[in-house]
Design a protein around this ligand. Structure first.
Ligand code: ATP
Ligand code: MG
Length: 578
C-alpha cells in the first residue's frame, strides 16, 4: 500500500494505515512539529522532526512547523530563528505552513468565553500557593476553590477585566471545572489562563493573559486541521484533558453549524511515543541553557552540545542525523540509546564521502640528512583508497618534515613498531625512512629533532629488494605545511547517565573536565589551505574532521567530528564488570 518497500512499520505508521483504510480523516495525513521557542533544538527534537515530517512525506500529507509560543517569559526571537534554520537544515519542508500558536490567542479566548457560558470554567482568586494546597493528594481529593460556583456573568466580567489588564500578575486564573477527585491530577480543575504582564516576542503587548499548554495545544492542532498530534510519552496522562477541552467546545455544536453554538471543531488524535534519551549527555532545554549560561560550554552550538547547531558545527550532516533517527526507530517505551550509535551514523557516512589528507597534530621535526637541500618531490597520494573515483593528489616531500611526536620512541616498548633509533619504517605515499639519531633539549630532556635517511629506491612505498617494514606513518613537509588549530572532543559528561545522582548532588559534577583538547600548532598538507567552514576531511589515523566557522584565511580551525574507530566502546567494554 503506502511505501511497500519499508521493511517493518512502527506503531504510528500502523495507526495511519488503519485510519486510511477506514477513511477516518478523509484520506488526509497532517502532522506538525511544535517547539516552544525557549532554547535551541537538540537531537531529541530531531527524532520528533524526522518522525513527523517523515510520516507526512511518506503518506503524501502535510507538515506544519508551529511555534508553541504560549510562555512569553522564556521565549526569544533568537530561538525562533535558530529553530527555523535547524528544521530546514534537517530537510523538513513546511511550504507556507510556518505558524505561531500566539496567532490563535483570539480564537482561544472565544473558546474560553464559551466554556464559561457552558458552566465549564470559572475565574479563581486563589494564589498559586493556595491552589497547590487545595489540590489534594493521591489519596485525598482536592478542595473546591471558594470561587468554583461563581455565576456566569461574574466570570465573564472578570475574564474580560483580566484581559484588560486590571489585575496584577498571579492574582487570578481561569480554571476548567472538571473533577477535583480525579486520580489524574491534570483533571483537578486545571488552569487555562494566567495573568502575565509580559511583552511577547511575536504578539508584542497585545495580551496580558496567557493560555496554559494543555488548554492551548489541542486548539492549535484543531485550527490547523492536524490529524495525528504526535507527542512524547509524558503527555499520555494529559490526553484526557486534550480530549475534554475539545469535547466541551463541541458540546451543543453540530456538523452543519445549525444551533446556537455553531459548527463542530476538528478533533485530532493525540499519539504518544518514547522520547530520545542518549548516554553521556543531557537533553532538557533547562539544563542545556544552564550549561550555556554557566560557561560550561562555549554556546548553544558548542560542538560538544547535543544541539542540532552543535552537531552541525561538530561536522554532522543532516543525512547522518536522519540515518540515526531511522536506526533507533519509534517505540512506545522509554529507553536510553548509546551515544556511539549517533557517532557511528556520521562515521559510516564520512568513511565513504570524506577525502583523506595528512595532518600532524603534535609535530616533531625530522631532517632527512641525505635529501638535497632546496629540493622538493611531488608525490602521488590517493584521496580515498575505498573509492577510486575520488582520485589522487600531489603532496610535497622535502628535507625537513614533521611527524607525530607519538610516532617516535627513544626506547620503544615491546610491540611498538614505529620510529626508534636505528629503525626503518614507511612514510605514507613516500619512502622508507630510517632513524639515524636524535637531538634532545638538554634542559628538559625532550626530543626536539630526528635525523633520518631515506631510500630513494622506495619511492611510492615499496622496496625493490623486497625488504619489509612494520609500520607506516603520516608526515607533512615543514616548508610547505600550513598551520592549524585542531580541537579534539570527548563526551560532555564522563558517565553514561549524568542525571543519575544522589540527593543533593548536582548533575554538573559529572561534566567531563577533558571534553575539549585544543592543539594549537598542528601542521597540515598544503592542499588544505583555504578550506571553507564545513569542509569534511579524514585526517589519516586521526579521524574525521570538519572546518570550524572560527576559521579565517590566516588560520584554519578543525573540529574532530569523530574518531576513526569506536574507541569509546572498547574502553567501556574493558572497564565493564566481569
Ligand atoms: P524541554 O522539556 O527540555 O523544554 P520540550 O519537550 O518541552 O523540551 P518542546 O519545544 O516542547 O521541548 O518540544 C517540541 C517537540 O519535540 C515536542 O513535540 C516534543 O514532544 C518533542 N521532543 C522534545 N524532546 C524530545 C526528545 N528527547 N525525544 C523526542 N521528541 C522530543
Ligand atoms: Mg515542552
Amino acid at each position: 500500500m503506502h511505501d511497500a518497500a519499508a521493511p517493518s512499520r512502527n506503531f504510528i505508521q500502523e495507526i495511519i494505515d488503519h485510519d486510511l483504510e477506514t477513511n477516518r480523516w478523509g484520506g488526509r495525513v497532517h502532522t506538525r512539529f511544535p517547539p516552544e521557542p525557549n532554547g535551541y533544538l537538540h537531537i531529541g527534537h530531531a527524532k520528533s522532526i524526522c518522525l513527523n515530517y517523515g510520516l507526512a512525506s511518506q503518506f503524501k500529507g502535510l507538515f506544519n512547523l508551529r511555534f508553541d509560543d504560549t510562555n512569553p517569559e522564556k521565549e526569544e526571537e533568537e530561538y525562533v530563528k535558530s529553530i527555523i534554520y535547524d528544521v530546514g537544515w534537517l530537510g523538513a519542508k513546511w511550504d507556507d505552513r510556518l505558524v505561531f500558536a500566539s496567532d490563535y490567542f483570539e480564537k482561544m479566548y472565544e473558546f474560553a468565553v464559551e466554556l464559561i457560558k457552558k458552566g465549564k470554567a470559572y475565574v479563581c482568586d486563589l494564589t498559586p500557593e493556595q491552589m497547590s494546597q487545595y489540590r489534594g493528594t493521591a489519596t485525598r481529593p482536592g478542595r473546591p476553590s471558594p470561587n468554583r460556583d461563581r455565576g456566569v456573568d461574574e466570570n465573564l466580567d472578570l475574564l474580560a477585566r483580566m484581559r484588560a489588564g486590571e489585575f496584577p500578575d498571579g492574582s487570578r486564573t481561569l480554571r476548567a471545572k472538571i473533577d477535583l477527585a480525579s486520580p489524574n491530577f491534570n483533571l483537578r480543575d486545571p488552569v487555562m489562563y494566567r495573568i502575565l504582564h509580559a511583552e511577547h516576542h511575536h504578539a508584542r503587548d497585545k495580551w496580558c493573559i496567557y493560555p496554559m499548554y494543555d488548554w492551548a495545544h489541542g486548539f492549535e492542532d484543531s485550527i490547523e486541521g492536524i490529524t495525528h498530534s504526535i507527542c512524547t510519552l509524558e503527555f499520555e496522562n494529559h490526553r484526557p484533558l486534550y480530549d475534554w477541552f475539545i469535547n466541551v467546545v463541541n458540546e451543543g455544536r453540530t456538523a452543519d453549524g445549525s444551533g446556537p453554538w455553531g459548527k463542530k471543531i476538528h478533533h485530532p488524535q493525540q499519539i504518544e511515543f518514547a522520547r530520545l534519551e542518549l548516554t553521556h549527555t543531557v537533553m532538557s532545554k533547562r539544563k542545556l541553557l544552564e550549561l550555556v549560561k554557566g560557561n560550561h560550554v562555549k554556546g548553544w552550538d558548542d560542538p560538544r552540545m547535543p544541539t542540532i547547531s552543535g552537531l552541525r558545527r561538530r561536522g554532522y550532516t543532516p543525512e547522518s542525523i536522519r540515518a540515526f533517527c531511522a536506526d533507533i526507530g519509534v517505540a512506545k517505551f522509554n529507553s536510553v540509546i548509546e551515544i556511539v550509535r549517533l557517532e557511528n551514523a556520521i562515521r559510516d557516512e564520512l568513511n565513504k564521502t570524506a577525502p583523506r589528507r595528512m595532518a600532524v597534530l603534535r609535530p616533531l621535526k625530522v631532517v632527512i640528512t641525505n635529501y638535497p637541500e632546496g629540493q622538493t618531490d611531488q608525490l602521488d597520494a590517493v584521496n580515498n583508497p575505498e573509492d577510486a573515483s575520488m582520485g589522487s593528489r600531489k603532496v610535497p616531500f622535502s628535507r625537513e618534515l614533521y611527524i607525530e611526536r607519538d610516532d617516535f620512541r627513544e626506547e620503544p616498548p615491546k610491540g611498538y613498531h614505529r620510529l626508534a633509533p636505528g629503525r626503518e619504517i614507511r612514510f605514507r605515499w613516500a619512502f622508507f625512512i630510517k632513524c639515524e639519531s636524535f637531538v634532545k633539549d638538554p634542559a628538559t630532556g625532550e626530543v626536539t629533532e630526528l635525523h633520518c635517511t631515506y631510500d630513494p629506491a622506495t619511492r611510492g612505498g615499496d622496496a625493490p629488494d623486497g625488504r619489509k617494514v612494520k609500520a607506516t606513518i603520516h608526515w607533512v613537509s615543514a616548508a610547505h605545511a600550513i598551520d592549524a588549530e585542531v580541537r579534539l572532543y570527548d563526551h560532555l559528561f564522563s558517565v553514561p547517565r549524568p542525571e543519575d545522582v544522589a540527593d543533593g548532588v548536582d548533575y554538573k559534577t559529572n561534566l567531563n573536565a577533558n571534553s575539549l583538547e585544543v592543539l594549537p600548532a598542528a601542521k597540515l598538507e598544503p592542499g588544505l589551505a583555504g578550506s571553507s567552514a564545513g569542509t569534511r576531511i579524514q585526517f589519516e589515523r586521526h579521524g574525521y574532521f570538519s572546518v570550524d566557522p572560527d576559521s579565517s584565511a590566516q588560520r584554519l580551525v578543525f573540529n574532530r567530528t569523530v574518531s576513526l574507530r569506536d574507541t569509546w566502546a572498547k574502553v567501556e567494554k574493558a572497564n565493564a564488570p566481569k
